[in-house]
Ligand binder design. Sequence first.
Ligand code: GTR
Length: 411
Amino acid sequence: MRVIIILVAVAAMSLVFLRGNAQPVNPYELPDPLKMEDGRIVKNKRQWVKERRPELMEMLRSQMFGREPGQAPDLHFETLEESHDAFGGLATRKQVKISFDKDEKYYLVLLMYIPNDRKGPVPAFLGANFKGNHATTTDPAVLMPTPDKLATYASSFKVEPRSANGHRWEYEYILKHGYAVATFCYNDVDPDFHDGFHNGVHQLMDGDKPRNGESWGTISAWAWGLSRCLDFLETQKEINSKKVAVIGHSRLGKTALWAGATDQRFALVISNDSGCSGAAIARRKSGETVEVINRNFPHWFCGNYAAYGGREEKMPWDQHELVAMIAPRPVYVASASEDDWADPVGEYYSLVGAASVYRLFGYDGITDRTVPEIEHPVVVGRMGHHIRKGEHNVRLYDWEQYVSFADRFLK
Ligand code: GTR
């Protein structure tokens, strides 16, 4: 009995904490996504698509993520390994080298599982991972990172045991629900450290071209890599490439949002604990701030973004407008109750702030300003949200919500 009372008390306290935080930590006013730079108000979806969306994309490119390049010089694919017997026959596994140049100096290795129980092409989840494909699963056939790749990664990168991050990739659950799932190590595209953009695909695409304040950063490079994976998925007859959800956690959640913004072929976008410079409203300055993120991770963004550190109220946009870039496609923003650094309340409010854009397309969105309780998922129209109890992470609970959200739109 006592344990139950304590648990209830703890749950109530965390709720109070989140609710308490629901009041603006700093008074702020969000820019209206429907207000054009010249002051006109967007009246319909045509005006959004033709005028306002391009204007906002230009802002996000020039001020935040940088300008991504076009197609890779020589995109080609090679299947390294394939088996129809993964997870005791549940799935077909393919491991594919996606090369960006003729010499195959720049490539990623995509791990893909496709459910064997399927009638026709299946929808898929695609997302990058942090620690290498082998670290996403106990499947012993998954290739380890190769020495040539490891040589390009940050010196702090440690090869961890198989499945070190397995809890983040609930493959069997996803496959049993009829989805394929594909992932690659983000370091394959652009190693996650600041070396002046001489490594990764920046070097391939830009060579020694001088950089400026609008040159693409590393998040943009990872998003570009996700698009190249989608190019590959389009060649796969087992996959319905019109029904690919892009997903990411934390810095890769920021990346998933940007990939969904820049590449409208992604049918659905999921941000898991993306936080500052992802879904969290910058003007709240709650948890990580623009100043801190630029100091700690100067390579993630374009140079111009650093100028907004400590001047969030001067930003001509805020992060609800990044979420609005996904419209009218379904978008899911998830948080974790203990993840103050990512500001769960601010993440929720970016959905509320983007709802008017979904409305233009005739879709409902999340408009209730009361932050939902922990583990009470909310789906309204084409928006979904939950706050999982616990730490900054991806867990089965998160995947359960993503699969059920995707079932509404991708099945
Ligand atoms: C943190 C960073 C966050 C988030 C996180 C992660 O150090 O401050 O913005 O991206 O890393 O990616 O795990």
